[in-house]
Design a protein. Structure first.
Length: 327
């Protein structure tokens, strides 16, 4: 981080989420005093100890957003409803909330905006993704991400705000759902895992996001690590570090049927999970990202270039946190 960027005041939305926690921590220890936007501060707040300011606000609360963006130079926008639901269900959080945040930021004089998007803007049968690959989402989650990218980009261009959107792959780390379930001793995976997907350790994802706002990077690009890998390869490395965890592979058709049967009950859950037909389909997508994209533009090297460095680091972090129960 450069000394001339440390004086920037940065707002992080979704700061208490999986990626948001890592971004918030890197900013805090890197010389920033970020403003972290969370919906509520509870006893389980894992970022409340950071050297940071806090804003209690919701993306659907326009007045709260105005306060959150006050005196802010740049916004890292990670907050949204991260579930595979219908377009209309996702719209208030992902599309409307993002536009309200951008509009509030523009009114407050924000100059830089980085948005967390998704590889699911592409068709799941796209074997190799580069900067020229056209978007062609098959799920509502991907469709609304495309629409949000477009609208945010248009707003930013009209106001002279630098705008970057990173289409993130499978981002993994000690606190994600995949590894939480491994630590609990059981993981159910929908498919045989032979499809190739792009992965990225959360520390590298956070570093790229921060570099984009520091450098006022402009563009919309997918990102991943140096070696796209099948889920079967991912799981093989995982099993070396979580040997006692029980991992069950079930056929995709059976997983689709089971999740479809659960759909009517999902509406009554306060926090819908990822056990949906959409999640099953995405797990079986083929999406390998050109490993050179963005990293050269930002002048960054990955800390964990492949899953073969990243997964052991996750296991080590779990041990350091005292939460690894399967060794």
């Amino acid at each position: 981080m450069h000394s001339n960027t440390k004086k920037m005041k940065l707002l992080v939305t979704g700061a208490s989420g999986f990626i948001g926690q890592e971004v918030s921590n890197q900013l805090s220890v890197g010389g920033y005093r970020p403003r972290l936007m969370i919906r509520q501060a509870g006893d389980d707040c894992e970022i409340c100890h950071l050297d940071a300011d806090f804003a209690l606000a919701d993306l659907r609360d326009h007045e709260g957003l105005k306060q959150a963006v006050k005196d802010v130079d740049g916004i890292i926008h990670l907050g949204a409803r991260a579930t595979f639901e219908s377009y209309e269900t996702l719209k208030p959080s992902i599309l409307d909330g993002s536009l309200a945040l951008m509009e509030a930021g523009i009114s407050a004089g924000v100059q830089r905006f980085v948005y967390s998007s998704s590889l699911l803007v592409y068709n799941g049968n796209t074997p190799y993704v580069n900067a020229d690959t056209p978007v062609n989402p098959v799920l509502d989650y991907g469709r609304i991400k495309v629409d949000t990218e477009k609208r945010l980009s248009e707003l930013a261009a009209s106001a002279g705000v630098s705008f970057a959107a990173l289409r993130l792959p499978h981002v993994y780390g000690a606190r994600d759902l995949y590894f939480q379930r491994l630590r609990a001793g059981r993981l159910i995976l929908p498919g045989l895992g032979k499809n190739i997907y792009t992965h990225l350790h959360v520390a590298d994802a956070a570093a790229a996001i921060i570099a984009c706002v520091e450098q006022a990077f402009e563009g919309i690009l997918p990102i991943g690590d140096r070696l796209p890998s099948s889920w079967a390869a991912f799981l093989k490395v995982v099993k070396q570090h979580y040997p006692k965890a029980r991992v069950h592979l079930i056929p995709q058709w059976l997983a689709l049927l089971a999740t479809a049967l659960l759909t009517p009950f999902r509406r009554i859950r306060p926090n819908p999970g990822l056990e949906t037909p959409g999640a099953v389909r995405t797990y079986n997508f083929n999406l390998a990202v050109d490993p050179d994209l963005l990293w050269k533009d930002l002048g960054l090297a990955l800390t964990y270039p492949t899953i073969y460095e990243g997964i052991p680091a996750v296991a080590a972090e779990s041990r350091n946190l005292g939460v690894l129960i399967n060794r």
